[in-house]
Structure formats: structure tokens, C-alpha cells
Design a protein around this ligand. Structure first.
Ligand SMILES: [Zn+2]
Length: 145
């Protein structure tokens, strides 16, 4: 399977679909992915700590939104010569800090596959389509002594 263009992978991720094939229903729960894509068999968690980047993206998006809110407050306060209420801005910041990670996590956890991803194992009930990953198969296994 050829690697999709980056914008296609991002678009699929934003719609909570498999970055590789665009399949729906790749989440077991709102936050938990299936181990593999139900259509193409792509293994989502490649190794321990694979999703650390997801937390980084989550944190970065939340932090950027909070900084934007702070600057919006400062602009609003200076435009009104300091005669503004702080409470709505604090509540808005709290909502950003709580809701943003909840909303961004499923989107941030979607990734496009590397171009040399290994083929999916077949399952007894549903066998995924065979993949054209000749480069992955041609590489010899590394043995650790
Ligand atoms: Zn897939």
C-alpha cells in the first residue's frame, strides 16, 4: 500500500480515521484505539511509549490556546482601559484546559503509517487485504545478542 500524501493523512486523522486506509471505527472507546486497523491491519501502537508524541501535541495545542486567550484578554482589557471582569476569562481558561485535551486526544492519536510498515497478521474471522510491503519483507531481522 502506497503512503498517502501528508494532507490526506492529516485529514483522515481529523476525522478519526485510519491514517493509512481511511477506515472508520478504529477506536474501541473514545480514548482507546483498537490494536490494529480493522480494514488494513495497520498496528497503531508500534512500541512502548509510542503515544508520547500524542501527549506532547495535546499539551502544545492546549498551551497555545491558553496563550491566545491571555493575549485576547490583555487586548480586551487595554481596549476597555482595564474596566473588565476577570471571571469569564478565568472560566474560559479552565474550560480550555479541561476540554481541549479531551477533544484533541483522539485526533492527535491518529498517525500516518511509515512507508515500510510490516504486513498485518491474518485473523481467523477477518483476513485483511494483502499489503504490498516488499521493502519491509526484504529486510533481514535484527537479532539482539
Ligand atoms: Zn487502516
Amino acid at each position: 500500500m502506497e503512503r498517502a500524501p501528508v494532507r490526506t493523512i492529516v485529514s483522515r486523522g481529523l476525522r478519526r480515521r485510519c491514517g493509512r486506509c481511511g477506515a472508520k471505527r478504529i477506536f474501541r472507546t473514545y480514548f482507546q484505539l483498537h490494536e490494529r486497523c480493522p480494514r488494513c491491519g495497520y498496528k497503531f501502537e508500534r512500541e512502548e511509549g509510542f503515544f508520547t508524541g500524542v501527549y506532547l501535541v495535546n499539551y502544545a495545542v492546549t498551551a497555545v490556546l491558553l496563550v491566545v486567550e491571555i493575549f485576547a484578554f490583555l487586548l480586551w482589557a487595554s481596549a476597555n482601559e482595564g474596566d473588565v471582569s476577570l471571571a469569564p476569562w478565568l472560566i474560559g481558561g479552565a474550560l480550555i484546559a479541561i476540554l481541549c485535551p479531551l477533544l484533541v486526544y483522539p485526533i492527535a492519536s491518529r498517525r500516518g503509517p511509515p512507508s515500510t510498515s510490516p504486513p498485518a497478521p491474518s485473523t481467523p474471522s477477518k483476513k485483511p487485504k494483502p499489503l504490498k510491503t516488499t521493502t519491509a519483507r526484504a529486510r533481514p531481522e535484527r537479532s539482539e545478542a
